[in-house]
Design a binder for this molecule. Structure first.
Ligand SMILES: O=C(O)CCC(=O)C(=O)O
Ligand SMILES: [Fe+2]
Length: 216
């Protein structure tokens, strides 16, 4: 990709002070690719949406107050092998480019979603042993209502898999290096998603999930 194309694609880019790398998001309109999954669910995908994602990855490793996760899953509280931290409504995000990403997503999806993305869940998969099991984000309104969960990925790619509830894997995207995926419609209650473990050596990945109010 030429420098000129990069510049025009991303418009105004901020500079990451730690690495002197240009960071920021590109446009969404006309670039996200929608796939209809069935049962009222869909996903939008835009590879490489976020410029300078690997520099931001390093900042997030240092800036986010990571903690080990325990989560209600499959009717039991289990250790989930990854580190997490959630930024709630009105909490300051750890990087200005995340604010830009959240606001761009809110603006782009407003006509369809009818409300902004307000929280940012951060997950840190340190290596191939870290993972998240099959689940829907259905602890809040996602259990009964259509909604959206927008995920931006930093660092090395890991597979995000999707399947109809109880079915077999139907969709798999390797997400990293600034890729965007948005799960929409009934996706959180009619489909499940997972980041499986991998025996293959993989570098670390951070996922930031933007969600509307009351979606977990
Ligand atoms: O790592 C990801 O991108 C998915 C994370 C996820 O599904 C969750 O935390 O609910
Ligand atoms: Fe999830």
């Amino acid at each position: 990709m030429s420098v000129d194309f990069q510049a025009s694609l991303f418009g105004s880019l901020d500079t990451d002070p730690a690495t002197d790398t240009q960071v920021g998001v590109g446009p969404l309109a006309g670039r996200v690719q929608r796939t209809t999954l069935g049962h009222g669910a869909w996903i939008d995908v835009l590879p490489g949406w976020f410029a300078g994602a690997d520099a931001v990855f390093a900042d997030l490793v240092a800036a986010v107050p990571w903690r080990a996760e325990r989560r209600q899953m499959y009717d039991a509280v289990v250790d989930v092998p990854r580190l997490v931290h959630t930024y709630g409504i009105a909490e300051a995000l750890p990087h200005p480019a995340l604010v830009e990403a959240r606001d761009a997503l809110s603006a782009h999806y407003a006509p369809e979603l009818g409300e902004p993305f307000v929280t940012a869940g951060c997950c840190y998969y340190r290596d191939g042993r870290d993972s998240v099991a099959w689940h829907g984000d259905d602890l809040g309104r996602g259990r009964t209502q259509d909604t959206m969960v927008a995920i931006v990925s930093f660092g090395s790619p890991r597979k995000l898999q999707l399947r109809p509830v109880g079915g077999s894997v139907a969709v798999s995207h390797a997400l990293g290096h600034g890729d965007l995926v948005v799960m929409g419609g009934s996706c959180q209650r009619t489909w499940e998603h997972a980041v499986p473990k991998t025996a293959r050596p993989v570098g670390p990945r951070i996922s930031v999930q933007f969600r509307p109010r009351n979606v977990f």
